[in-house]
Design a protein around this ligand. Sequence first.
Ligand SMILES: [Zn+2]
Length: 165
Amino acid sequence: MNPMLTESLKEEARQIHRQLVCGLPVDLREVCDCLGVDYHEEPMPERIDGMFVQTEDGGKHIFVNNIRSKMKGRRRFSCAHEIGHAIIAIRGFDEGAENRQLGVRDPVVERACNVFAAELLMPDGVLKEMWNQFRREIDVLEQLAKWFGVTTSALSIRLKELGII
Ligand SMILES: [Zn+2]
């Protein structure tokens, strides 16, 4: 386990919000720009959502799968997740010795990047505020999902994790 990695990434997401994000949905291309990461969308095999690639010359690229079955909200979550991987590389965060082998997907790192993505796309303060304001609306999940640019399932998970529902 590496709880430090998750905490560090969460703090990075909050930092991004303090520094540059204004308004919803969060502008992920702007976040990529600020980090010096190039964003690409391309069709890829179904099982792949996205990937972060660092080239030998230090170039950093995020590729997100844009085949039709990956809805916009899903693609945004994939992008935010990959931004997590990019930040790990940029900041040189310790992923744990066992994770350094190339090509190995460590569930702890993947989980940390998902936590980061949720924090980046659905900052808890704003989410709580909006939930309290709109929770009586019949289509609150759909509305909030639209505003945050996420899927309703990502939103539900986030609301549960924050203990809101
Ligand atoms: Zn990942």
